[in-house]
Design a protein around this ligand. Structure first.
Ligand code: ATP
Ligand code: MG
Ligand code: MG
Length: 381
């Protein structure tokens, strides 16, 4: 069948649809929300909950292979689709990434091969677990074990007292407490693996976050040493093979002030920090996902231009209480700017509305034009 099944209707699904269509496929999207970014672009839309049995049946009848675009899709839905078709990544792989406890256990189990550990942490299931928390995890970050993204569900705690209050406020939600680490910078490694076990790894991306949300991605990374780059890329290849993962996987790492590397988390799908691959690499992360799930050969990951990616949040639509269109005409006058808007019906603060990639012959020019765009759009540089 030339019809691919996508569970989820957000911007990642939309960019996947575009690449799938360019490769000659059609896409059916399962998404409860009407007018979502991916449903607009897709060939067919099943409007129902991600775990709706009838909808899953319909999707299974329409397609032979399936993928997802956000990590909180019920793993049981992916398992259901796997009864009749090929699901990439598998429910088992997605489950690991859905739970910080399992994810950290996976990273720790693989550490003898990768040489990279997660941050020191404690698992908090009940109030009794608080008593066992070691004092050297403070100051720390309390994170919900499941469902967190863009820094949501995270509380910074300086003391045992603050931890107890924050944990009590979460009313029985399972959490991890992580030691707050002295970060020098953050990187992510995008890796893809085909059904035949062949894997490819993209260049290191350097990420800057603001208020817990990705702000910019710069590739090549201005800071990473050749040593740290090789170490994290090899770790990503070991991790993806260990769980027999098929598809695109993004792994986030912290580089600390002493130069050591810590693994933070992984996303079982194309990732915001990989959007630069659309304009700057031979094969984009979305095309790679299509190839993996359709059991086609993976494409060349070579980056042909230095790139800075700037996320566009809904905040810039607001001038006080007045809603207005950002000055895209002025941004598009910058020679390196490539605008991607996600077609979301309504701008909201902190909502990802689009991104701009700056594709230049030098990284300096890309960075310079990114800053000019920030000035034009009223984004603090
Ligand atoms: P997303 O999935 O959108 O990347 P998230 O909600 O899953 O975000 P994390 O990636 O775990 O959250 O954390 C968000 C950011 O908070 C990190 O990118 C980093 O800047 C900071 N952070 C998280 N954990 C630590 C830590 N242990 N020490 C220092 N900073 C941290
Ligand atoms: Mg996350
Ligand atoms: Mg993260």
């Amino acid at each position: 069948s030339s019809m691919l099944g996508m569970v989820g209707g957000g911007q990642l699904g939309r960019m996947f649809v575009h690449e799938a269509q360019a490769l000659g496929f059609k896409v059916t999207v399962l998404e409860p929300e009407a007018g979502s970014p991916a449903a607009h672009a897709a060939d067919a839309h099943i409007q129902a909950a991600y775990d709706d049995a009838t909808a899953l049946q319909k999707l299974a009848e329409a397609c032979a292979s399936f993928t997802t675009e956000f990590e909180n899709v019920p793993a049981s839905s992916l398992a259901k689709l796997a009864e009749t078709g090929f699901v990439a990544p598998s429910a088992a792989c997605v489950s690991i990434a859905q739970d910080r406890i399992e994810e950290k256990a996976f990273f720790t189990r693989c550490a003898p091969q990768t040489g990279i550990l997660p941050a020191p942490h404690a698992v908090l299931r009940t109030a009794e677990d608080l008593e066992k928390v070691s004092a050297d995890l403070f100051p720390g970050i309390l994170k919900t074990a499941r469902m967190g993204y863009d820094g949501k569900g995270q509380v910074r705690v300086k003391s045992m007292e603050e931890l107890c209050t924050a944990f009590a406020n979460l009313k029985g939600v399972v959490c991890v407490l992580e030691k707050m680490l002295p970060l020098a910078y953050e990187i992510s490694v995008l890796v893809a693996r085909g059904a035949d076990g062949q894997a490819v790894v993209y260049p290191i991306a350097e990420n800057v976050h603001r208020d817990g949300i990705l702000f910019t991605t710069t590739v090549p990374s201005p800071h990473v040493s050749a040593d740290a780059a090789l170490k994290t890329q090899n770790a990503a290849l070991k991790l993806i093979a260990d769980i027999n993962y098929v598809g695109v996987l993004c792994i986030e790492f912290f580089v600390l002030q002493d130069g050591s590397v810590v693994v933070n988390e992984m996303a079982p799908r194309p990732h915001n920090s990989g959007h630069y691959t659309i304009d700057a690499c031979v094969t984009s992360q979305f095309a790679q996902q299509v190839r993996a799930m359709a059991r086609l050969p993976l494409g060349d990951v070579r980056q042909h231009s230095p790139c800075v990616m700037l996320n566009i949040l809904g905040d810039i639509w607001f001038d006080g209480d007045v809603v207005r269109q950002p000055a895209w005409d002025k941004v598009l006058a910058l020679p390196s700017a490539h605008l991607h808007l996600y077609g979301k019906a309504e701008a909201r603060r902190a909502r990802k509305m689009g991104h701009i990639t700056f594709i230049a012959t030098s990284l300096e020019q890309a960075q310079d034009e990114m800053r000019q765009a920030c000035v034009i759009l009223g984004i603090a540089v």
